[in-house]
Design a protein around this ligand. Structure first.
Ligand code: SF4
Length: 180
């Protein structure tokens, strides 16, 4: 029990018996350390994700031990594997069904760019149909790469303004994808 490490408190002002910080920072800290991933795995990168979830690499250390297969109970969409163009509308539907705020990680070369499958049937990157926050390179990425991607997502989440999702810039981004 002595090895349990607590998350650092957000920046703020501390004194005897009080600690003051900004609401954005407190909410960001809570969100960043309780991301629930939705694994959208279609091929080999998904196997690497299974290794990442196992005891050795232990995604749970980041508060992400609860994979969700229901879009409404997930806030991090992890897309792993080759996405055929026929699968594109399904992926888009899953993204739309997720509640805000939501983040997206493209894991591996296929999800990021189509990978080696430069063919008529394969989507050349999921950012053709949904916005992506972090790309994890590799074919497949090692578990360390996925963990690095998760930590980059955590940085985004921790520092995101509570108002971002209502901003004109965000609405414009979604409207470029025909989502609103
Ligand atoms: S990036 Fe490589 S390992 Fe991952 S799904 Fe594509 S072919 Fe498989």
């Amino acid at each position: 029990m002595g090895d349990v490490k607590l998350v650092d408190a957000p920046p703020g002002v501390e004194g005897a018996g009080f600690f003051a910080t900004a609401l954005d920072k407190a909410v960001g800290m809570a969100r960043a350390n309780s991301l629930w991933p939705l694994p959208f795995a279609t091929s080999c990168c998904g196997i690497e994700f299974m290794a990442t979830m196992g005891a050795h690499y232990d995604f749970a250390r980041f508060g992400s031990e609860r994979p969700s297969f229901s879009p409404r109970q997930a806030d991090l969409l992890m897309v792993m594997g080759t996405i055929a163009k026929k699968m594109g509308p399904v992926l888009r539907q899953v993204y739309i069904q997720m509640a805000e705020p939501r983040w997206v990680m493209a894991v591996g070369a296929c999800a990021s760019s189509g990978g080696i499958f430069d063919s008529y049937s394969v989507l050349q990157g999921i950012d053709e149909i949904i916005p992506v926050d972090v790309y994890v390179p590799g074919c497949p990425p090692r578990p360390e790469g996925m963990i690095d991607g998760l930590m980059k997502i955590q940085d985004l989440v921790r520092n995101e303004s509570l108002r971002r999702r209502n901003s004109p810039e965000y609405k414009e981004l979604l409207s470029k994808y025909g989502i609103l």
